[in-house]
Design a protein around this ligand. Structure first.
Ligand code: NAG
Ligand code: NAG
Ligand code: NAG
Ligand code: NAG
Length: 485
C-alpha cells in the first residue's frame, strides 16, 4: 500500500520535473519565469497573468484572420486601362417560330400509320408543343382525337422532346449556304449551335459556353457532330473587339421561319425566356454595351466556391445540367418549383439523371402551368397565394458581362438584304471600365498573419512549434528511458 503511493508520487514528480524542464527551455518567453525558483510568488503571478492575456489575444486575432480568409478574401476591383483589353460581343439566341420540318413529319406519320385529317391535327398539336413555354401552354390544342392518336402511336410524355428533336432539322448543317443558319462577320464564320432552351430548340451564336450547352448533349448526352460547312471558311468561337475599333458587328441569319424571337444576352450566359425582344418578321439590329466582370488567373486556384461566392462554368452542382451558369441555376429552381406545384416537369428540360423526374403530359401543361405562369417565370408573386419569394439561391458567374441594349430596331427589308431573315449585333461603343474579381487575402497571407500574430504576442515561431513536438516525443522517450541531458 505504502510502496504504491510512493511509486505514484515519484511518477508525478518526474512528470512535473519534465514540464519544468520544458518551461525552462521553451521558446515562448514568459514561461521561464513561472518556474524560476528565485522569484517571489507575486512576480510569478504577474507573469502568469501576462501570459494568459497574451495567449488570449493571440487566439482572438488569429481567429479573426482565419475568418477573414474564409469570408473576405476576395473583392471586386475596378479596372480602367481600357486601351489594353478586348471585350467579347454579346451572344444572340434566336428561336424560329415555326419549328417542325414537313418532310420529316411526313416520314414519321407514314411509319406510325397516321393518315388523312389526323395528320393535320397531329401536326398542329406537335407544332404547338414544340413552340410552348411558360407564357403559352394554353395554346396547345386538346381534343379526343389527339388523345386517340397519342394512344395509337404510344407517345409518352418522356419522349415529347425526343420526337420534337427528331422532327426538327438542325439548320446549321444545311448544305446550301443561303438556307443555312450561320453567324458571319464579313468573310469569317462564328460558331453557331442548336441549343435546348426553355423555349424549345433555338440557335445560339457567339457564345463562350462549352459544347455541353447544345441540344444534342442535353437530350442524348452526345456532343454535336462535326460541322464541315462551318470549317469552309475561317471559323472563330466568338468575336471580340477593342476600344479602338469603331464598329464591330456580326449577323446571325439563315432562318426559313417567317417569324423569329430573339434574345440578346451575355456571352457567358444562356438566354432568359422572359426577356425577349418580341416576335418579329424582320430581323433586329441591336446596339448593345457589354461591361465585363473578369477574374484573376489565380482566383480559381486559390479560393473555394464558398470563399469567392461565385462559380465557373465547369463547377456545376446542379442536378439536371452538367455545367453552371446563373440562369441555368434559375432554370433548375423552376424545375424544382414545377415539380413541387404540378408534380411533373415540362418536356423542354434535360432529364438525363439518375432519378428522372416525371414529365408532364400535355393536359397537365394546359391545366396546371398557366395559372402559375408569373410565379414560375419570376420565382416571385406579389398578390397571389405564394407571397414568399421562392427560396432559391444561385451563385453569380465568376466571369460574366452585363449587357445593356441602347437601341434595338427592326431591320426593315432584311430579307432582301441578307437573303433570309436574321439579327445583327453591332457594337459602336465600348465600356471604359470593367470589374475584376481578385484575391486580396491568400493562403500565404493567412500564414504570415498567424505567424506574425503569434510572434507579436508570444515570440512564437515555426521552429518553436517544432521544438514543442520534439520535446514531447523524442526527448520524452529519452527521459523515460533514463537518459538525462
Ligand atoms: C485583343 O485582340 C487583338 C486582335 O485580335 C489581339 O492581337 C490582342 O492580343 C488581344 N488582346 C488581349 C489582351 O487579349
Ligand atoms: C409560337 O408561340 C408564339 C407565342 O405564343 C406565337 O406568337 C406564335 O404564333 C407561335 N407560333 C406558331 C407557329 O404557332
Ligand atoms: C429519335 O431518333 C433516334 C435516332 O434516329 C432514334 O433512336 C429514337 O428512337 C427516335 N426517338 C423517338 C422518340 O422516335
Ligand atoms: C449548390 O450550391 C449552393 C450553395 O453553394 C446550394 O445552395 C445549392 O443547394 C446547391 N445545389 C444543389 C442541387 O446541391
Amino acid at each position: 500500500m505504502e510502496s504504491k503511493s510512493f511509486k505514484n508520487r515519484r511518477w508525478l514528480r518526474s512528470i512535473i520535473n519534465f514540464i519544468v524542464l520544458y518551461f525552462n527551455n521553451c521558446c515562448v518567453h514568459g514561461f521561464r519565469y513561472l518556474v524560476q525558483t528565485m522569484l517571489v510568488v507575486f512576480e510569478k503571478f504577474l507573469w502568469f497573468v501576462l501570459l494568459f492575456v497574451s495567449i488570449y489575444f493571440c487566439i482572438i486575432v488569429c481567429l479573426s484572420s482565419i475568418d477573414r480568409y474564409y469570408t473576405k478574401s476576395t473583392h471586386i476591383g475596378l479596372e480602367r486601362n481600357y486601351h489594353f483589353w478586348n471585350t467579347t460581343l454579346p451572344s444572340l439566341t434566336i428561336c424560329p417560330m415555326e419549328r417542325l420540318d414537313n418532310t420529316l413529319f411526313a416520314d414519321y406519320c407514314r411509319k406510325n400509320g397516321i393518315k388523312g385529317p389526323e395528320k393535320a391535327i397531329f401536326w398542329d398539336f406537335l407544332e404547338n408543343l414544340a413552340n410552348s413555354t411558360y407564357v403559352n401552354f394554353q395554346n396547345i390544342p386538346q381534343s379526343d382525337q389527339i388523345d386517340q392518336i397519342i394512344k395509337d402511336i404510344g407517345l409518352k410524355p418522356e419522349h415529347y422532346m425526343e420526337v420534337i428533336y427528331n422532327l426538327t432539322v438542325d439548320s446549321t448543317y444545311t448544305p446550301s449556304e443561303v438556307n443555312r443558319t450561320r453567324c458571319v462577320d464579313g468573310q469569317t464564320f462564328i460558331h453557331v449551335r442548336q441549343v435546348l432552351t426553355e423555349y424549345g430548340l433555338c440557335y445560339l451564336g457567339n457564345s463562350r459556353l462549352g459544347e455541353k450547352y447544345s441540344s444534342r448533349y442535353l437530350i442524348f448526352g452526345k456532343y454535336p457532330e462535326f460541322n464541315k460547312y462551318e470549317h469552309e471558311r475561317r471559323l472563330i468561337q466568338y468575336l471580340e473587339g477593342s476600344f479602338f475599333e469603331k464598329d464591330v458587328q456580326y449577323t446571325l441569319m439563315g432562318f426559313s421561319s417567317p417569324a423569329l424571337d430573339s434574345y440578346i444576352h451575355s456571352a457567358f450566359e444562356v438566354m432568359k425566356v422572359d426577356t425577349n425582344f418580341g416576335y418579329t418578321t424582320d430581323g433586329v439590329v441591336y446596339d448593345p454595351i457589354s461591361k465585363e466582370i473578369t477574374a484573376d488567373d489565380n482566383l480559381e486556384r486559390q479560393t473555394t466556391i464558398t470563399m469567392r461566392k461565385c462559380r465557373f462554368y465547369h463547377e456545376s452542382n446542379l442536378t439536371h445540367f452538367p455545367f453552371y451558369t446563373r440562369n441555368v441555376c434559375m432554370q433548375e429552381c423552376r424545375i424544382n418549383l414545377a415539380y413541387r406545384i404540378c408534380k411533373c416537369i415540362p418536356h423542354f428540360y434535360p432529364n438525363r439523371i439518375a432519378n428522372p423526374k416525371p414529365v408532364c403530359d400535355y393536359k397537365t401543361l394546359r391545366s396546371c402551368f398557366p395559372r402559375h405562369a408569373s410565379f414560375f417565370l419570376q420565382l416571385y408573386e406579389e398578390n397571389g397565394k405564394h407571397e414568399k419569394p421562392e427560396t432559391c439561391y444561385c451563385e453569380q458567374n465568376c466571369r460574366d458581362s452585363v449587357v445593356t441594349t441602347r437601341a434595338a430596331l427592326p431591320m426593315l427589308g432584311s430579307k432582301q438584304l441578307l437573303g433570309s431573315i436574321g439579327s445583327t449585333v453591332s457594337v459602336k461603343n465600348w465600356p471604359q471600365n470593367r470589374l475584376k474579381r481578385q484575391v486580396i487575402f491568400s493562403m500565404t497571407d493567412l500564414l504570415v498573419s498567424i505567424g506574425g500574430t503569434a510572434g507579436l504576442f508570444l515570440g512564437f515561431s515555426v521552429l518553436g512549434f517544432v521544438e514543442v513536438l520534439y520535446f514531447f516525443t523524442i526527448r520524452l522517450i529519452w527521459q523515460t528511458l533514463g537518459y538525462r541531458l
